[in-house]
Design a binder for this molecule. Structure first.
Ligand SMILES: Cc1cc2nc3c(=O)[nH]c(=O)nc-3n(C[C@H](O)[C@H](O)[C@H](O)COP(=O)(O)O)c2cc1C
Length: 310
């Protein structure tokens, strides 16, 4: 009993006031469109879940093909399909009973829309917001906001004024300096930074001589982007004193530990679920726990940013 408690405590992390039983979190957009799919992820061992990005009104998204497999990842351009916050509120209410923090990913086409969606999500019970200011394939939202410091600051301020829950800002790696953008978000009042969303990419079919995705370009995820994402977390950690949630290509415990050492307090997992299934969260948590024990560390927090020591 005592040993079990110790094991649990070693893996606990505090994320801007959210208490997570372990540092693995579902990334937005993968199995996060319904309470039922979120429940499978919680049973798979996730310490928290982020929903699919939700907007003010329902959106169909793009025509197929919306996803293409590459040699070491996926390129997707779903077009942010979602049921709209009014309809999605019932999924949030149901997901609240699963016993882990529910972080609602929100997007909008103006600062007011981000604020309105966030307010409705909190009214439905969201424990925190994650602002999608980094989707690379929908015009006038996502990375078009996150790549513009003035607009980004306005969105963060609007959401902070609208809700009293922690606001995480999910950044795009498709910028000259992600650390500078993280600083803008921090100065505007962000409570944590999620790094990173997908990298803008495309694939062309040699037979048809045409782009494969209906949207032509999309976002690359999976193992191909991990070194880029680790570098982003490392640079943000050097510049900004906010909790960072690392994301991009995490498939196993070694990947997750790499992100923690770079400066992340928690990790998000997306594409790996398609290959490993929902139990990937348990497997990664078990691996982190063994690593901490083997190296003599008492908690996850002890290794956050450890690679920065000189
Ligand atoms: C099919 C698919 C859909 C996604 N949808 C969203 C989304 O709605 N909102 C968002 O912020 N990120 C979205 N993402 C990005 C992921 O949350 C994550 O940032 C990215 O895939 C990198 O992590 P990974 O390599 O573990 O998948 C999506 C990714 C994929 C593969």
């Amino acid at each position: 009993m005592v040993a079990w408690r110790l094991k649990i405590n070693r893996l606990h992390v505090d994320l801007a006031g959210l208490r997570l039983a372990n540092p693995t979190v579902l990334a937005s957009g993968i199995l996060g469109l319904s309470a039922e799919s979120l429940s499978n992820i919680v049973m798979g061992g996730a310490g928290a879940v982020v929903t699919k990005s939700i907007g003010l009104k329902p959106r169909r998204g793009y025509e197929n093909p919306t996803v293409v497999q590459t040699s070491c990842g996926l390129i997707n351009a779903m077009g942010l399909p979602n049921s709209g916050i009014r309809e999605f509120a019932k999924e949030i209410r149901e997901a609240k009973s699963f016993g882990v923090p529910v972080i609602v990913s929100v997007f909008g086409f103006s600062a007011e829309e981000y604020g309105a969606v966030a307010k409705k999500a909190v009214d439905a019970g969201a424990d925190a917001m994650e602002l999608n200011v980094s989707c690379p394939h929908v015009e006038q939202t996502g990375s078009e906001i996150g790549q513009n410091p003035a607009t980004l600051a306005e969105v963060v301020r609007k959401v902070k004024a609208a809700v009293e829950k922690p606001v995480f800002v999910k950044l795009s790696p498709n910028v000259t300096s992600i650390a500078e953008i993280a600083e803008v978000a921090a100065n505007a009042g962000a409570d944590a930074i999620t790094a990173v969303n997908t990298i803008k990419a495309m694939a062309i079919d040699p037979e048809t001589a045409l782009p494969i995705l209906s949207n032509k370009t999309g976002g690359l995820s999976g193992p191909a982007i991990k070194p880029v994402a680790v570098r982003c977390v490392y640079e943000i950690y050097e510049r900004v004193k906010l909790p960072i949630i690392g994301c991009g290509g995490i498939t196993n415990w070694r990947d997750a530990v790499e992100f923690l050492l770079a400066g992340a307090r928690a990790t998000q997992i997306g594409t790996a679920i398609a290959i490993e299934g929902p139990n990937v969260f348990k497997a990664i948590t078990r691996g982190i726990s063994s690593y901490l024990r083997r190296k003599g560390f008492g908690s996850v927090e002890e290794i956050v940013g450890l690679s920065h020591r000189s």
